[in-house]
Design a protein around this ligand. Structure first.
Ligand code: PLP
Length: 442
């Protein structure tokens, strides 16, 4: 089996692919072999424009030498160090770098290896925090319909995507879901944040009234729901959630796995929306996707609640063999340095209006029923083929790939989130190709 030779079907059975129609894929594979800047290349050498930053993670663009050099150096110097009762300087440096993007009283960073682990970590911190404060009855969580919080049992319990939940039994007990905020009848074709729907946050009051606040630990939402097909929060919605949580002593967790590290043209969603949660989960852009890593940032209030009692006591019985892995930390530090030096978050903000024009240029094309954008995120919602939900989206995705464009598809929604280094000429290309595909398949 050589690196770029086409694989035979029987060579493809060993790898059970995640979130993939394995048989369909293996009958007609779409392979990637190389990446640089805004592009991937297939093993045959075909260039593919990356309109999704890999999977919402390669925010600084592909093939960054600064990252690969930092990673090689770290592997050669010290490939691994145990994170329990031991430390290494790069972990502290990266935590400080991450904290520098966050509100000043949110600077305590717990490292994980993925977004899913970050979510489960944040849920556990929420439970332990209330217990440490003498409110151990606060054990319930509130997520949201159509939310995606990864694939751990905590994450699928608070998540709201039916296929990610229905196969896996009863999950965590004591979870309620807010209604999702997607309202095509009122908000279709909105540029930026939709006008209608802030009142949906008031459903939280109903859930609190049902269970009593003394039983509720935390609410978790994505500021912008990504994996479910890009649902932009209605104006005023996140503020309302914040004020209801505060009123009832409920922690608010923002899952910023996709909105972190500049996606909206600000360091994090919290700065973009001006709404501060108690914890932030992150991953993806933390290392530019180069090495798996996630993190949870917690407020001073949460952190200091744990930092009590005998000095020799372990404050939180939680962690991973690979928490703050030195190689991931090296990648993370190099990534943060690129973001800072190149001003990529501000660049994303400058590019956002041109991106928005590109997204909305698709209005009126066959079967398009909504277009959405915020920062460097865009979505095209297509009318499902009757009786075959998801097929139109899938066909669009495949045809776009054949035409040299990588997008992401969720059901009949095409989602896009390009590297923040994108140029106007790439934006023209993204919407040129996608528009052409929509017309062709029309
Ligand atoms: C909001 C959100 N949370 C959690 C996750 C899970 O992250 P991971 O796939 O790294 O476990 C994702 C992944 O897309 C995500 O978008």
């Amino acid at each position: 089996m050589t690196a770029n030779a086409p694989l035979q079907r029987d060579q493809m059975e060993a790898f059970w692919m995640p979130f993939t129609a394995n048989r369909q894929f293996k009958a007609n594979p779409r392979m990637l072999a190389k990446a640089a800047g805004m592009h991937y290349w297939t093993p045959e050498g075909r260039q593919i424009l990356d309109a999704v930053a890999g999977l919402w993670c390669v925010n600084a663009g592909h093939g960054r030498k600064e990252i690969s050099e930092a990673v090689s150096k770290q592997i050669a110097t010290m490939e691994y160090a145990p994170p329990f009762q031991m430390g290494h300087p790069t972990a502290f440096q990266l935590a400080n770098d991450v904290a520098s993007w966050l509100p000043p009283d949110m600077g305590h960073v717990f490292f994980t290896n993925s977004g899913s682990e970050s979510v489960d970590t944040a849920l556990k911190i929420a439970l332990a925090y209330h217990r440490a404060r003498g409110e151990a009855s606060r054990t319930r969580f509130i997520g949201r319909e159509r939310g995606y919080h990864g694939v751990g049992f905590g994450g699928i319990s608070v998540g709201g995507m039916v296929n990610n939940r229905k196969w896996f039994g009863s999950m965590l007990p004591g979870v309620d879901h807010l209604p999702h905020t997607h309202d095509l009848a009122k908000n279709a074709y909105t540029r930026g944040m939709p006008e209608h729907g802030a009142n949906l946050a008031d459903e939280l009051e109903r859930i609190v009234a049902l269970h009593d606040a003394s039983n509720i630990a935390a609410v978790i939402v994505e500021p912008v729901a990504g994996s479910t097909g890009v649902l932009i929060p209605p104006q005023g919605y996140l503020e309302r959630l914040r004020s209801i949580c505060t009123r009832h002593g409920i922690l608010l967790i923002f899952d910023e796995v996709i909105t972190g590290f500049g996606r909206l043209g600000a360091p994090f969603g919290t700065s973009f929306f001006g709404v501060q949660p108690d914890m932030i989960t992150m991953a993806k852009g933390l290392t530019n996707g180069a090495v798996p890593m996630g993190a949870v940032a917690a407020s001073d209030q949460i952190y200091h609640t744990f930092m009590q009692g005998p000095e020799g006591a372990i404050e939180l019985f939680h962690g991973y063999t690979y928490s703050a892995h030195p190689v991931a930390c090296a990648a993370g530090i190099a990534t943060q340095e690129i973001y800072r030096k190149e001003g990529l978050f501000a660049r994303a903000n400058d590019m956002a209006p041109y991106w928005a024009d590109g997204v909305h240029s698709l209005q009126g094309l066959p079967h398009v029923i909504d277009l959405r954008n915020l920062g460097l995120i865009g979505a095209v919602e297509l009318e499902p083929i009757p009786g075959k939900p998801g097929l139109r989206g899938y066909n669009t995705f495949v045809r776009a790939f054949e035409q040299g464009l990588l997008v992401r598809v969720t059901g009949d929604i095409i989602a896009m989130s390009p590297p923040l280094i994108i140029e106007k000429s790439h934006i023209d290309q993204v919407f040129g190709i996608l528009g052409g595909v929509l017309k062709e398949l029309g």
